[in-house]
Design a protein around this ligand. Sequence first.
Ligand code: ADP
Ligand code: MG
Length: 346
Amino acid sequence: MNALSSSQAAAIEVVALTKQYGVGQPAVDSISLRIGSGSYCCLLGPSGCGKSTTLRMIAGHESVTSGDILLESRNITNLPAAARGTAMMFQSFALFPHLSALDNVAFSLKMKGIGKTERHKSALDLLERVAMGPLAQRKPGELSGGQQQRVALARALITQPRVLLLDEPLSALDPFLRIQMRAELRRWQKQLGLTFIHVTHSQEEAMALADTMVVMNHGLIEQVGSPHDVYNRPASEFVARFMGGHNVLDTPTGKMGVRTDHMQLTPASQAQPESVHNTWAVVTDVEYQGTYVLLGLQNPGTAKTAHTTAEMSVMVSEAKFAERPYALAETVQLSWAPEAAHALAS
Ligand code: ADP
Ligand code: MG
C-alpha cells in the first residue's frame, strides 16, 4: 500500500506538526502525514530523529508547539490523553507483577471507579479476544513472553481505542522472542482491524510489520511508502544507507542507488569496457552468510566514469561464489543493469 490518497479514510492525520523543546532545530519539524484506517504504520529512523516525540504528541503525553492532529477527522490536538481514542502499549509490556492478568487488564477501569463485577467482565471479554481467557488468574511471572504481550494488548484495548500506539515495544526482548512477538503483533493487528502506529529504530522490524513505513531523520520525514517501495526505491541517500542493502554511487549525472544483490562481479580478465553501468573495485572482505557470500569492496578511484563512493558491498549467491570464488585484494569489475540504478536525492 502506498501513501494514502486524499479520498481514503485516515485514522490519524498530522498537519505541519512541530515540537520545539529549546532553541535550535525542532525535535519534530512541521511534519504532515496521513495514516490509513486499519493499517500497520511504523515510524522508523535513527535514535533522536523525533519518533517518540511524534508518538507522544499523538498520544497526548506531549504538548504540540504548532500544527494539528486529527483522529478520524476530529481535531484532538488539545484533548487530554484519555479523551483522544488512542492507547499506548509500552516497552516490555510494563505489567504490574503482583496483579493477575485480569486485574492488569481491568486496572484503568478501576481507576475510573467502575465496579468490580463490571470491570472484570469487560477485562475477561478482552482476554478472551486475545485467547487468554483460561489464564486470566495468572500473574505476569507465570506467563510466557507471548502471553504477557497479549495481556498488555488487552490492557491497552480496554479503553476501546481507535488507534494503538507502540513505542519500541520489542526492543528490550531477546532476539528470538522479538521475532516471535512481532509476528504475534502483526497477527493481532489484522485480526482486531485496528490502526497501529509502532515506533522502531530497526529497519528489519519495520519491514516485517508495516503496511506503511515512515522514515524519519532530524525531525523530518524522508520517505513514506510500503516496505517494498522504500526498499526498492529509497528516495534519498539517507534512506538508502539507513535501510541497508544498497550501494550509493557518485555518477556523472548525480547520486545513484543500486541494491547489493543487483550488482554482478566479473574477474578483471573478463572486464567489459568502462561505462556508467560498471565500476572497478578491490575485494576487502569476504563473509560467508550461508545462502550467500557478502563481499566488501573498495573503489580504487580509477574508473573514468567516476564512481567515487568508496565503500561498497555485493551479495553473491553461494552457488555463484563456489563457481568462481573471489580472493582478498583481487581487483574486479562491478556491473549492473541500467534499470537497477535509481537516482537518490542527497
Ligand atoms: P527518537 O524517539 O527518534 O529516538 P525523540 O523523539 O525521543 O527521538 O527525540 C528527538 C529529539 O528531541 C532528540 O534530540 C531529543 O534529545 C530531544 N528531546 C526528546 N525529549 C525531550 C525533552 N523532554 N526535552 C528536551 N529535549 C528532548
Ligand atoms: Mg524513542
